[in-house]
Design a binder for this molecule. Structure first.
Ligand code: GDP
Ligand code: MG
Length: 152
């Protein structure tokens, strides 16, 4: 099923920032024929991280997930948040990101190409976040962006 005009939040995560992959990722995503409607560099604070990952609160990896997105594992103090809008944007972006576990992600995907299971932290260094539904896309964009920061 093709879904109309979905909104999706993409985060270029700390491992990708540390490896200077932001330009490559933004370039690659520009081929997907969806519209960028917001982009910014964010110094992530704990409260924002907790809000973003509130659905994962009960997971065993949750404390590490917060450390990861705060940049603690990669000595990085900012990440890039991008809001996209477009037809079937969730599927397009999630297919291109690849599976959550980078060891299982197809090499043609961004996570397969640039991600790794970190042997020191046992974290999934999986390069990017992509919203998993249009509802979560809208919810997450509202968390990360003000209305004024979006080009409608
Ligand atoms: P996503 O939508 O593909 O990003 O995956 P999820 O929403 O299920 O999980 C959110 C994030 O939590 C993932 O992107 C990973 O950073 C992390 N994560 C998920 N599952 C695991 C796991 O089993 N171990 C670890 N260390 N991190 C995980
Ligand atoms: Mg998810």
């Amino acid at each position: 099923m093709i879904n109309k005009e979905e909104r999706v939040l993409v985060l270029i995560k700390p491992d990708a920032m540390q490896k200077q992959l932001a330009g490559i990722i933004i370039h690659d995503l520009s081929q997907l024929n969806i519209k960028m409607i917001g982009l910014k560099l964010v110094s992530v604070k704990k409260q924002l991280a907790e809000k973003h990952y509130e659905d994962h609160k009960e997971k065993p990896f949750y404390p590490d997930l917060l450390k990861y997105i705060l940049g603690d594992f990669h000595n990085v103090n900012s990440i890039i948040a991008i809001a996209y809008s477009g037809e079937d944007a969730v599927n397009k972006l999630r297919d291109y990101a690849g599976k959550t576990n980078p060891d299982e992600a197809d090499p043609s995907t961004i996570r397969g190409r640039y991600g790794k299971v970190n042997s020191k932290t046992h974290n999934f260094d999986n390069v990017m976040h992509v919203s998993d539904s249009p509802e979560n896309g809208q919810r997450e964009i509202d968390i990360w962006f003000s209305k004024q920061e979006l080009v409608e």
